[in-house]
Design a protein around this ligand. Structure first.
Ligand SMILES: Cc1cc2nc3c(=O)[nH]c(=O)nc-3n(C[C@H](O)[C@H](O)[C@H](O)COP(=O)(O)OP(=O)(O)OC[C@H]3O[C@@H](n4cnc5c(N)ncnc54)[C@H](O)[C@@H]3O)c2cc1C
Length: 501
């Protein structure tokens, strides 16, 4: 008998058959013929750009192909009151400032710290608040590294910025401060690999910036759950006059006279003075625009951009009335001997991070849920037959429960709903190249930033360059690009008006 809940055992190929009938012109009823800005995609970057520009008085249309808004900052509900968050595991404290400034005080005030993060692997077992002070304690007392070395590492990581030497890799950084101490490397690297898909061979600045963001004050979450966050963001967008549409598949970005002038969405043409894509940067350039509109060198650069890894997740919903003892909110587990980026994404899964959702995450409810997240490669899952696909999903579910029983022996009996999402699921719901969960490798940032130079009126904001991924990175990149779009809209001649004059 399948371990998966009956409503969860569908393969994405079955979902795909349902999609076309949703793409009707109905979804666009009442839209205007033209806007100042069209935003393609409602990830945290797209939402933030739309809100910032709507608030400043620009007319903005936000188009999302999915039924839900939020991109990977999303959730889903199942019968018997189960609710699962996809990417609400933790983000740095900086999200409070970003939300207060570019969203609302209420959203910022709902961001709260996690209390406890745990690790269990063949090299160590420990519990931490995941900040500089506690990591210093662990590194000096448990791992017996000298305080000077630990302080030197933290200060160096903190001082790293975008203009630094980009040749130094994270592996070289670790080797410089903690030679051959693979246990220390694992403590420092494993959580960041789960946060943004980076590896020991990525540029050290990507590690330094993200790690230091977390270390400043630990890991934070959104109290109320992703559903409340996105509901609050939608309310704010409406208040700021943004026209928000779901089931709106953008098929093409229109180019005329060397400028982006609008989109084709669900078969309908809508004009705009500027277009911002929150879709994957490669999809934007190569599919939505088309390479013929760019210089060949830029196309080559775009084609060379590598994606970060994708994800598999196992969702476990506890039966109403069942409870869990508090064992921390985030638990990094592995049976692999050392930290190994290849092993971390291998189909034969040896490492998973459990997120525990206690009732406090959604005050007023009494429900518990557990989500096991695994870094995965799209290519391992893409071409499986439906039979193999379901077999692997079953295996991931069974392994996630069995591994959890080591820490919570009675958990299996408490679980009522079991469901698995794979890179194929993420591809279906986001359309990202290689189903990337965390955008692109470092080189993607330059390609994203150069887009308006290549094609005036077209901007990109979304997970790129490792630094600009995750909730905070995506939202902050949205803020940076929104400022550029604002300048463009205020300074640029009205291309559409000129065209139609
Ligand atoms: C399993 C998992 C766990 C994660 N955990 C964390 C975590 O704990 N902490 C953290 O900070 N980050 C986490 N992340 C990463 C984080 O969720 C993302 O980096 C961030 O949400 C991405 O935002 P984005 O703006 O890049 O857009 P995305 O979320 O990628 O959204 C892009 C949107 O564009 C839409 N779109 C694409 N093409 C089109 C088109 N042609 N027409 C219309 N719409 C289109 C998509 O449907 C999607 O809604 C996780 C990600 C995953 C997958």
């Amino acid at each position: 008998m399948s371990i998966l809940s009956p409503t969860a055992a569908t393969a994405p190929s079955e979902l795909i058959k349902k999609r076309p009938k949703l793409l009707t012109a109905e979804r666009l009823k009442g839209t205007k013929d033209r806007y100042d800005l069209i935003v393609i995609g409602s990830g945290l970057a797209g939402l933030t750009v739309a809100n910032r520009l709507g608030r400043d008085g620009h007319s903005v249309l936000l188009l999302e192909q999915h039924y839900n808004f939020g991109g990977m900052a999303t959730w889903f509900k199942r019968q018997n009151g189960h609710i699962f968050d996809i990417s609400l595991h933790g983000f740095p404290v900086g999200m409070i400032k970003t939300c207060r400034k570019y969203w609302t005080k209420e959203i910022a005030d709902s961001i709260v710290p996690l209390k406890s993060i745990r690790f269990d692997n063949p090299q160590f077992s420990l519990q931490t608040t995941f900040d500089r002070e506690d990591f210093t304690r662990i590194l000096t007392q448990k791992f017996e590294i000298s305080p000077e070395n630990v302080a030197g590492f933290f200060d160096f990581a903190r001082s790293m910025n975008f203009y630094d030497d980009q040749k130094l890799t994270t592996r070289e950084l670790f080797q410089r401060f903690f030679p051959d101490r693979t246990d220390v490397w694992r403590l420092l690297m494993e959580p960041i690999a789960y946060a943004n898909g980076s590896t020991l061979d990525d540029p050290a600045i990507t590690y330094g910036i993200v790690f230091s963001n977390f270390m400043s004050k630990g890991v934070y979450t959104f109290q109320g759950g992703t559903d409340l966050l996105i509901k609050s963001m939608k309310a704010e967008l409406h208040k700021n006059g943004v026209d928000v549409r779901n089931y709106a598949q953008v098929e093409q970005i229109l180019v005329e006279g060397g400028r982006a002038v609008g989109v084709v969405v669900n078969g309908q043409r809508i004009s705009a003075r500027a277009v911002l894509s929150n879709a994957n940067v490669k999809n934007t350039i190569l599919d939505l625009v088309g390479e013929e509109h760019f210089a060949p060198e830029y196309v080559a650069e775009a084609k060379g951009v590598r994606m970060n890894s994708s994800s598999t997740q196992v969702y476990l919903g506890l039966r109403r009335g069942e409870t869990l003892p508090f064992i921390g909110e985030l638990f990094f587990t592995s049976t692999h001997p050392t930290f190994d980026s290849e092993a971390l994404t291998a189909l034969e899964c040896t490492s998973r991070t459990y997120s525990f959702y206690y009732p406090e995450i959604r005050p007023g409810t009494d429900r518990y849920a557990i989500v096991a997240s695994i870094n995965s490669n799209y290519r391992d899952w893409a071409d499986m037959s439906d039979e193999d696909y379901l077999r692997w999903k079953e295996r991931y579910a069974e392994d996630a429960i069995r591994s959890l029983e080591r820490y919570l022996p009675d958990v299996r009996a408490k679980v009522e709903h079991v469901e698995v999402a794979t890179p194929r699921t993420f591809k279906f719901f986001t359309q990202h190249a290689l189903a990337t969960s965390f955008g692109t490798k470092f080189e993607g940032l330059k390609v994203s930033q150069d887009l308006p130079k290549q094609l005036p009126g077209l901007f990109h904001a979304g997970s790129v360059g490792i630094i600009m991924s995750g909730w905070l990175g995506a939202a902050n990149y949205g803020v940076i690009v929104a400022n550029e779009v604002d300048r463009y809209l205020r300074g640029a001649p009205d291309a559409v008006a000129k065209e139609t004059a």
